[in-house]
Write a protein that binds this ligand. Structure first.
Ligand SMILES: [Zn+2]
Length: 484
């Protein structure tokens, strides 16, 4: 199995201190901040009720670095410490959203579709096409991510009518977020070779510094096996991480197993269908088995794997694929009815790294785009699993911090409270009972980024929310960002 060894594509703590000022409190270099909270937990071994977190702020070129000095049930206050009392809050490391489509933020939440392929057609019709529109949409998504405590993303840079676009990648690189922008492409049926050649030209256009850039063949029903092979070759040449949508819907299964169904009809309608494709699809193979050869040649980030019978667990585990589960998208499309419950717990037992994603805002509830409180956050995904499955909160925090970091090639330690480590940020969630962890997961309080990168100013977030057409112009979005 080929695993990309060069980590240059990712922004890391070593290479990049925070580009933006610390939010919520002033943090001069060298200051030590002692936060005394109702509870503290990360996805590793640190959990205290109540708990204290001691963080040192150090100046680095381009920003401020946060170093954890201690985490404990009690820390004796020192005269040089800035003390912040948050007895009603649960503290966690900053969050990682391993699968989102920030360029679709301007589309906003949409009603649930009757059919998955109808939804795909809606997205094709509504997605922004012009560079300025795409940039504004991604920017809105970045601000809604920060408003949800998310500081790292696995974002999909969607393809426009004229082909793959680098605008989402450039916008993400200019933002305070870490992560990867996966350049998405389609390549199946008629014209697929020209599309691959166009993709290569776009990758050349990206220039020499391709940090934070990744590559995403869209899905097995929109990219044939030759397209996946080319993606692997290009990823090796340009040192790019790889992601794909896989085993998402029953329609995908029909197309890959039998070569029939709505996905084939869609290709025929678009004039793209080519009978040559039946040499590799319609052979009775499950989508994950169909793609197992490609999975074995790189370390893939797989979005969804909603359709995962026993025969599909093996190739996922053996190839070291990481899986992003998007619980609210799964519910929105009614996949439980057609495909059964998602097998994230079985995957974890099989040693597969499973993390959380939101998918696009299109499938999120309407309040996701409303001010105040609008956000794109994996914490809301974790809440679904806690309420429905009673999943262990430590595991949930791991899925939205260190597992997400691992899936995106980021340093796991930046998403823990391990003493001595530089961290990406601190998130707080208001709690209301004497069981703060349960209260945080059962309640609706927003996860607030109390230490970490901030939006340039609160009003820009407010205007972004309002420009979606659903915001309250009088709302004070500043409260979303002020914890202290
Ligand atoms: Zn997606």
């Amino acid at each position: 199995m080929m695993v990309p060894s060069n980590h240059q594509p990712y922004r890391t703590a070593a290479s990049e201190a925070m580009k933006e000022p610390i939010s919520s409190i002033s943090t001069p270099s060298g200051q030590r901040i002692l936060i005394r909270a109702g509870a503290i937990m990360d996805g590793c071994a640190h959990a205290h009720i109540p708990g204290c977190l001691l963080v040192r702020c150090s100046k680095r070129p381009g920003g401020i670095e946060l170093i954890v000095e201690a985490v404990a049930a009690h820390i004796e206050p020192g005269s040089d410490m800035h003390i912040v009392d948050m007895p009603g809050d649960l503290l966690m490391p900053a969050l990682v959203n391993a699968h989102c489509h920030l360029d679709l933020t301007s589309v906003g939440p949409q009603p649930r579709p009757s059919q998955f392929h109808d939804w795909l057609a809606t997205v094709r019709r509504l997605r922004p096409q012009e560079p300025a529109q795409i940039r504004a949409s991604v920017q809105q998504g970045i601000e809604l991510s920060l408003a949800g405590g998310v500081v790292a993303v696995g974002d999909i840079a969607g393809s426009t009518r004229s082909g793959p676009s680098l605008v989402p990648w450039r916008t993400l690189r200019d933002s305070p977020l870490e992560g990867v922008s996966f350049l998405e492409f389609f390549s199946i049926g008629k014209g697929s070779q020209q599309r691959l050649d166009g993709l290569e030209r776009v990758l050349e256009e990206a220039g020499c510094d391709r940090s934070m850039l990744g590559l995403q063949p869209h899905a097995p029903y929109s990219v044939n096996l030759a397209g996946y092979a080319r993606a692997i070759e290009l990823a090796r040449r340009y040192k790019l991480p790889l992601a794909t949508h896989l085993a998402e819907s029953i329609e995908e299964r029909s197309f890959i197993v039998r070569g029939t169904g709505p996905q084939r009809v869609l290709l025929q309608t678009l004039g793209l269908w080519d009978y040559q494709e039946l040499t590799h699809i319609g052979l009775g193979k499950h989508p994950i088995v169909h793609l197992s050869g490609a999975l074995a040649q790189a370390r893939w980030l797989i979005a969804h794997a909603n359709d995962c019978p026993d025969e599909a667990l093996d190739p996922l585990a053996e190839t070291g694929a990481r899986v992003v589960y998007c619980p609210r998208a799964h519910d929105y499309f009614g996949f439980e009815r057609t495909l059964g419950a998602h097998r994230y717990r079985d995957m974890l037992e099989w040693g597969i790294c499973v993390c959380l994603g939101t998918d696009s805002i299109v499938n999120l509830p309407p309040e996701s785009a409303r001010a105040p409180g609008g956000r794109i956050s994996v914490f809301d995904e974790a809440r679904v699993l806690y309420r429905r499955d009673r999943t262990d909160p430590t595991l949930l925090v791991r899925m939205m911090t260190t597992n997400g970091a691992e899936a995106l090639g980021l340093e796991r330690s930046r998403y823990t409270f391990a003493p001595g480590c530089a961290i990406a940020g601190v998130v707080a969630v208001r709690t209301e009972s004497d069981n703060p962890i349960r209260s945080a997961f059962e309640g609706d309080s927003p996860p607030r980024l109390v230490l970490g990168p901030s939006v340039r100013d609160a009003s820009s977030a407010s205007s972004a929310l309002n420009s979606l057409g659903r915001g309250d112009p009088e709302a004070d979005s500043g409260s979303t960002y002020s914890a202290f």
